[in-house]
Design a protein around this ligand. Structure first.
Ligand code: NAP
Length: 291
């Protein structure tokens, strides 16, 4: 048996069009959405990724301001740039791109991104709001997984969903989004023991660990839907996920490819979030009734 490949491309195209429609409306109102991406590394794969966001933003009619501070940027400089962008009315969305320079921590810095511009859900306030069901931007990758499940009509309510990885950017927010949809969630991590103990009976398995070949055909069953969030760059420059594609394809019901799966949808959602943020910000500029 061979699993169905759940490509992210058709969904990404739909989301990109939604972002473009909203961006065009805003532009007609004189408020073209602008995304700022703060970078402080000379890592070539990061710059490649940032350029891909820039190209996608251009296609969607969204302005993209790359703020490249170089690998020597200090925490102080990064913090003040994030505060300035948060206060800048011409910027609607902000991403702080990792990796950061050695010794600079992400946690304190992301708190400087204004929640209304936090289009990748990095500020702990956004995660807190998600946890209690208040409006907030979810990290685009976490939302991408949910959107892919919706797009392919894969229900999660009352089903057994295993999320491998518990980071604040993927595993935790994704678990919250799935819980909101009434899934029965198990979150695995590096200390949860043999994965097959959890994955063998799962309806849906989401892998977000950053470990090549972590999930194999031996971990899944013929009814498993497998979503591969992992992105690992091999020595030859090729991109692979966390799933051993050849063996999982032979056993599972469906699998998202890498590349062309979750990552593709994530980029489109960053743009949709920017357009949505710009729309909200334009509303808050309209003065309310007096008295
Ligand atoms: P991270 O912060 O390094 O977290 C990795 C998580 O995986 C941790 O919770 C870790 O457990 C767990 N883990 C590591 N080894 C494991 C193992 N052998 N068994 C079970 N769990 C294990 O990574 P992240 O930022 O969440 O990213 C995860 C992956 O997703 C990476 O490959 C990243 O590049 C990719 N990613 C992709 C996108 C996209 O758009 N496609 C976006 C963001 C991230 P502990 O907590 O116990 O250490």
């Amino acid at each position: 048996m061979s699993a169905t490949l759940l490509s992210g491309k058709p969904l990404a195209a739909v989301i990109q069009l939604r972002a473009r429609d909203e961006a065009m409306k805003l532009e007609n109102e004189g408020a073209r959405p602008v995304l700022a991406v703060v970078v402080a590394t000379d890592d070539e794969s990061t710059h490649w990724y940032v350029r891909s966001i820039e190209r996608a933003a251009d296609r969607a009619g969204i302005g993209c301001r790359i703020v490249d501070l170089g690998p020597g940027a200090t925490e102080h400089v990064l913090a003040s740039v994030l505060k300035d962008l948060s206060a800048d009315p011409s910027v609607n969305g902000i991403i702080l791109q990792t990796p950061l320079p050695a010794g600079v921590g992400t946690d304190a810095l992301v708190s400087h991104i204004a929640p209304e511009k936090d289009i990748d859900g990095a500020n702990p306030l956004s995660l807190g709001r998600l946890a209690v069901g208040q409006p907030a931007f979810a990290p685009a990758t976490a939302r991408a997984v949910v959107e892919i499940l919706d797009h392919y009509d894969i229900p999660v309510a009352g089903r057994n969903v295993v999320v491998i990885g518990r980071s604040a950017v993927v595993g935790k927010p994704l678990s919250l989004l799935l819980l909101e949809r009434d899934a029965a969630i198990t979150v695995c991590h590096s200390k949860s023991g043999p994965l097959e103990r959890y994955t063998e009976t799962a309806d849906v398995v989401v892998v977000a660990a950053g470990r090549t070949g972590l999930l194999t055909g031996a971990h899944v069953s013929s009814r498993s839907i497998v979503i591969d969030v992992g992105t690992n760059v091999l020595a030859d420059g090729s991109l692979v996920g966390d799933v051993d594609e050849a063996s999982v394809l032979g056993v599972a019901a469906a699998l998202t490819p890498v590349p062309g799966g979750v990552g593709t949808v994530t980029t489109a959602l960053l743009l949709l979030h920017t357009a949505e943020a710009a729309r909200e910000q334009s509303r808050s500029l309209i003065p309310g009734p007096v008295g």
